[in-house]
Design a protein. Structure first.
Length: 114
């Protein structure tokens, strides 16, 4: 069974940084697309970043160079480095497995104070 466990969220002031991690078990991690999504209160879930098997990446338009997704296949872990955080980045962030997102993490809260 595939399991995704996120860590690294929390409260940070605007302009600060956080690094999210997502550890995956139960599958051949290196063979799959991984991603991060987020959902703010009252809003739909949206794509933050995706990393392909060959390490090419795609970001949501709102990222504007502030975030970076990466993966460590030896550790079965995908990361999201978030810099220059804004209050509007406040959301629950979800790790996602597969190009069609067949599995989700439980979500982790990121709160950016102004």
């Amino acid at each position: 069974q595939v399991q995704l466990v996120e860590s690294g969220g929390g409260l940070v002031q605007a302009g600060g940084s956080l690094k999210l991690s997502c550890a995956i078990s139960g599958t051949a991690f290196s063979a799959y697309v991984m991603g991060w999504y987020r959902q703010a209160p009252g809003k739909e879930r949206e794509l933050v970043a995706v990393i392909e098997v060959g390490d090419s990446t795609t970001y949501g338009d709102f990222v504007k160079g502030r975030f970076m997704i990466s993966r460590d296949n030896a550790k079965n872990t995908v990361y999201l480095q978030m810099n220059s955080l804004l209050p509007e980045d406040t959301a629950i962030y979800f790790c996602a497995f597969g190009s069609s997102v067949t599995y989700w993490g439980q979500g982790i809260q990121v709160t950016v104070s102004s």
